[in-house]
Ligand binder design. Structure first.
Ligand SMILES: Nc1ncnc2c1ncn2[C@@H]1O[C@H](COP(=O)(O)OP(=O)(O)OP(=O)(O)O)[C@@H](O)[C@H]1O
Ligand SMILES: [Mg+2]
Length: 367
């Protein structure tokens, strides 16, 4: 899966951008504030329906424009086109796939699998479990096709159970019915996640070994409720305390990935550069597993690759990317930081973004 054409309009300072990326490595360089991250942000919105910089897509619309429109075409026979549009007047993101309007974001996500590695990447280790759960479910979603419909049932059962808990006067039959539903589908989600994790773990360990051999680092999947009891039992026994809290405290909605170094949370022990490498190993492993199971490739967005990494680790990172046959969009302030890291045979295209005096940015392809 690779993008061979991008056309953006009204995206921050990239008011009018046309880009013909290489199917493999694309290096985008430019001064601070020139528009490098915005370019990655545009691809992210195209494939994920949201930005990684803001929760409000209206901020992404160029100050002088009334909307942004992003279009991408992917190599396939026939080509797969994707488009999204957001106007100031509406809070909705209009989405198109293969020329047809689509209403479900999962359709875009499925068409354009994206992995982002940016200077905030360490938050995956440091932040709340929701980011790690999202990472886990990205993997499960792309390789286990039944995931989405089961997850929707879990969410629905959870929503109803929580509403009953908050309601105060609980009708036991209704509560039992939703608990049964949650237990059945929650078990299924756990099984899918476990199966994915068993395949993921060796790929992650291999990737980490190539990037940053760290003895004592462990990755564990935690399902979100007591290991020794069934979810059905846990829900029944937790009724009173859940009622006091007003929500369901245990279940698949609390799943997590535990990353530890010699039994301590990895984030407490690792340096910033090491954290970036561990997170990079997690994200590269996602793509490698996707390739090995589905023969599909994800598109990597790597913002400021050289930041925090020494020359040797930059080289290892780039070698892994090269081996993966995936498409990557890599930004760097200094293009020289990524010289001499690619094999001669790898297709690399260089782009330069320039911020002009009128506030607009221009993208130039370099020979
Ligand atoms: N809604 C907007 N409309 C127009 N310009 C915007 C908007 N939002 C941000 N900008 C400008 O867009 C420019 C591009 O920012 P971006 O973060 O993409 O730069 P960058 O090249 O990644 O910089 P750095 O190297 O510092 O990370 C900035 O100059 C910023 O002021
Ligand atoms: Mg930036």
């Amino acid at each position: 899966m690779s993008l061979d054409q991008l056309v953006f309009q009204g995206l921050r300072s990239l008011q009018s951008l046309k880009m013909a990326p290489s199917e493999r490595i694309n290096v985008i360089h430019g001064d601070n504030g020139s528009g490098k991250t915005s370019l990655l942000e545009g691809i992210h919105i195209l494939g994920m329906g949201r930005s990684f910089r803001t929760r409000h897509l209206k901020h992404v619309i160029a100050h002088t424009a009334s909307s942004f429109t992003l279009y991408g075409s992917m190599v396939a026979d026939p080509p797969v086109t994707l488009g999204v549009r957001r106007t100031r007047a509406s809070s909705e993101l209009e989405m198109r796939l293969k020329g047809q309007k689509v209403s479900r974001l999962s359709q875009l996500v499925e068409a354009l699998p994206i992995q982002l590695i940016n200077p905030d990447a360490f938050r995956l280790l440091e932040g709340s479990p929701s980011g790690r759960r999202e990472f886990l479910d990205w993997g499960v979603f792309h390789v286990k096709h039944e995931f989405l419909s089961i997850w929707k049932r879990v969410r629905r059962a959870l929503k109803h159970r929580n509403a009953l808990l908050r309601h105060g006067r609980i009708e036991p039959d209704l509560l039992s019915a939703w608990e049964h539903e949650l237990a059945v589908w929650g078990d299924q989600i756990d099984r899918l996640r476990q199966a994915w994790f068993q395949e993921f773990l060796p790929v992650f360990e291999d990737t980490l070994q190539a990037l940053l051999p760290l003895s004592g680092l462990t990755l564990r999947y935690s399902r979100g409720w007591d290991k020794s009891r069934s979810l059905a039992d846990v829900l029944i026994q937790a009724r009173k305390s859940d009622e006091q809290m007003g929500f369901t405290q245990q279940g698949p909605q609390r799943a997590d990935l535990k990353i530890r170094l010699n039994k301590q949370p990895a984030v407490e022990v690792l340096s910033r550069g090491q954290q970036k490498l561990v997170v990079s190993a997690l994200k590269l492993a996602q793509g490698r597993l996707l390739e090995s199971i589905t023969a599909r490739h994800c598109v990597y967005l790597i913002d400021d690759l050289p930041a925090e990494l020494d020359v040797q680790h930059r080289q290892r990172f780039c070698q892994l990317l090269e081996q993966m046959q995936c498409q990557a969009f890599i930004t760097s302030v200094e293009p020289s930081a990524l010289n001499d890291v690619w094999h001669a045979a790898t297709p690399v295209r260089m782009f330069h973004v320039k911020h002009e005096s009128n506030g607009e940015s221009r993208l130039l392809m370099e020979e």
